[in-house]
Design a protein around this ligand. Structure first.
Ligand code: NAD
Length: 362
C-alpha cells in the first residue's frame, strides 16, 4: 500500500483524497488543513486523520471540537508521497519541508513549472515522471488541452493550435470571486499563460491561447482550432477522440447544451459531487475543413486533475507503467469515458467514492 498524505484539503485536495482511498494500492495517511471548517468536519467523518498546518493552528481545531492527529510535519514523515493541494504559491513554500523529509511530492497547476522536475499529464508524458521526486500536475485547463492534443499530435501532427479559453470566474464555493456581471479578456495579453504552460508538457508544439473570464462557476469552455499536418475528416477525428478513455465525445442525443446539463447528467449518473473527470467534447462541434480541425470542449475544473494526481503518485514511486496506472485509476473511480456508461442508482448503490468505501488506513 502506498501511504499518501494530502496537504491542503480544499476543492482539489478533498477530491484527490477520496480518489486515493478508492484505489486498491493506496491509502490516505492523512489530510492537512489550515483552519477548522466544514471540510475539516467532512474529513473526520470520512475517517481521514486530520493534521493542522502547525502547532499554533492546532488549538483552533481543538476549540472547534475537531480531533487533530498532529502537524503537517508529522504527516509528511508518515507519508510515502505527499499531494500538495494548497493554494497557488503555497506549494512552492512547502517544497523545502518535503525535501527535508526526503518525501516525493506532487504540486498543482497553480505553482510555477520550476517547482518540480516534470509538468505532468498522464496521457501525454507519464513516462517522464517515472521515478522523479517532484512533479507538477498541470492545471485544469492545461490538463484538458493535453489530453485532447496528445492523440491528435500522434495521429496527424500539429502545425499550429489556437485556443480560446472561456474560464469560469470562480469555483462554486469561491463566493468572493467574479466577475458577476461582465465578460473579461483575462489576461488581456496574448498569448495567455495557458499556451506556455501547454509547452511545459509539449515543448515542440506551436500554440496560441486567448483567455477570458465569465460570470459562471460550473466549468470552463474551450473553443479549439488546430491546423493539422495531414488531412483527415471529422468522422475520423471523432473516432480518434472517442477511443480515448478520458475524452467523452458527447452524442447529440443527450441534448447537453452546456455545463449546467452536463453537471446534472453527472449527478444523475451517480458521480460523486457531480464530477466530470473527463474532457466533455461536443461531438457535433468536431469539424474539419482542409487541414483545420475545430471543436468545443467543457472542462470541469474541480475534477479533471483528480485522476491525473492518482497516476502521478504511481509515476513518482514507479509502481506502474502508464497503461496499467490509467486503467487502475479509471477502474477504481468508475471513470468510464462516457459519464453515463456505468450508471448506478445513487440510492440503491452509492458510487465508490461517496459510499465511504474503505477505512482511511486500509
Ligand atoms: P482551495 O483554496 O479550495 O483549497 C486549498 C486548501 O489548502 C484549503 O483547505 C486551505 O485550508 C488549505 N491551506 C491553505 N494554506 C495552507 C498551508 N499553508 N498548508 C496546508 N494547507 C493550506 O484551493 P484549490 O482550488 O483546491 O487549489 C489548490 C491547487 O490546485 C492550486 O495550485 C490551484 O491552482 C490548483 N487547481 C485548482 C483548480 C480549481 O479549479 N479549484 C483546478 C486545478 C488546479
Amino acid at each position: 500500500m502506498i501511504h499518501v498524505g494530502v496537504n491542503g484539503y480544499g476543492t482539489i485536495g478533498k477530491r484527490v483524497a477520496d480518489a486515493v482511498r478508492a484505489q486498491p494500492d493506496m491509502s490516505v495517511a492523512g489530510v492537512a488543513k489550515t483552519s477548522p471548517n466544514f471540510e475539516a468536519k467532512v474529513a473526520l467523518e470520512r475517517g481521514y486523520p486530520l493534521y493542522a498546518v502547525d502547532e499554533d493552528r492546532t488549538d483552533a481545531f481543538a476549540e472547534a471540537g475537531f480531533d487533530v492527529a498532529g502537524t503537517v510535519d508529522e504527516l509528511v514523515a508518515e507519508s510515502d508521497v505527499v499531494v500538495d493541494a494548497t493554494p497557488a504559491g503555497i506549494g512552492a513554500e512547502n517544497a523545502d519541508l518535503y525535501r527535508e523529509h526526503d518525501t516525493p511530492a506532487l504540486f498543482q497547476g497553480g505553482e510555477d513549472a520550476d517547482v518540480a522536475e516534470v509538468s505532468f499529464n498522464a496521457r501525454a508524458n507519464y513516462e517522464a515522471a517515472r521515478g522523479a521526486d517532484y512533479v507538477r500536475v498541470v492545471s485544469c485547463n492545461t490538463t484538458g488541452l493535453s489530453r485532447l492534443l496528445a492523440p491528435i499530435i500522434e495521429e496527424y501532427g500539429v502545425e499550429k493550435a489556437r485556443i480560446t479559453l472561456v474560464r469560469r470566474g470562480g469555483d462554486p464555493s469561491q463566493t468572493g470571486r467574479g466577475p458577476i456581471n461582465d465578460t473579461l479578456p483575462d489576461p488581456v495579453e496574448i498569448p495567455s499563460h495557458h499556451g506556455p504552460d501547454l509547452n511545459t508538457v509539449f515543448p515542440e508544439i506551436s500554440v496560441d491561447t486567448m483567455g477570458m473570464k465569465v460570470p459562471a462557476t460550473l466549468m470552463h469552455t474551450h473553443a479549439v482550432n488546430v491546423t493539422l499536418e495531414s488531412e483527415t475528416d471529422a468522422e475520423s477525428v471523432r473516432d480518434l477522440l472517442d477511443a480515448e478513455s478520458r475524452l467523452f465525445v458527447m452524442p447529440p442525443e443527450l441534448d447537453i447544451d452546456g455545463a449546467g446539463k452536463l453537471k446534472e447528467f453527472a449527478q444523475d449518473a451517480g458521480r460523486p459531487r457531480g464530477d466530470c473527470w473527463e474532457n466533455c467534447i461536443w461531438g457535433d462541434s468536431v469539424t474539419v475543413d482542409g487541414r483545420d480541425m475545430y471543436c468545443f470542449q467543457a472542462i470541469h475544473q474541480e475534477a479533471d486533475v483528480v485522476p491525473e494526481n492518482v497516476d502521478a503518485i504511481r509515476a513518482v514511486l514507479d509502481t506502474a507503467d502508464r497503461e496499467d496506472s490509467m486503467a487502475l485509476t479509471e477502474d477504481a473511480l468508475g471513470l468510464d469515458g462516457q459519464i453515463g456508461q456505468s450508471m448506478r442508482d445513487p440510492v440503491a448503490q452509492p458510487p465508490t467514492l461517496a459510499d465511504g468505501g474503505r477505512d482511511a488506513d486500509d
